[in-house]
Design a protein around this ligand. Structure first.
Ligand SMILES: [Cu+2]
Length: 67
């Protein structure tokens, strides 16, 4: 996913188990409750390539390229 500096992106994520979602580089974290959609919003600031992952277990969901 590409994101311009100053642009925002909202992700809606539904997990089948309780988990945490973490957008590295943006330092945005959210709690995922089994079966319930959760949303996090990130805003591009520093150009780079950043990972969005869950923690239980560690799972890469997507990469965000800020340009
Ligand atoms: Cu993390």
């Amino acid at each position: 996913v590409n994101l311009g500096v100053g642009e925002s992106l909202t992700l809606v994520v539904t997990s089948d188990h309780d988990d945490e979602i973490h957008a590295h580089g943006f330092e945005v974290e959210g709690r995922l409750q089994a079966g319930k959609p959760s949303r996090i919003t990130v805003t591009g600031s520093q150009p780079g390539l950043y990972e969005v992952e869950t923690h239980k277990p560690p799972l890469r969901l997507l990469m965000i390229a800020v340009r």
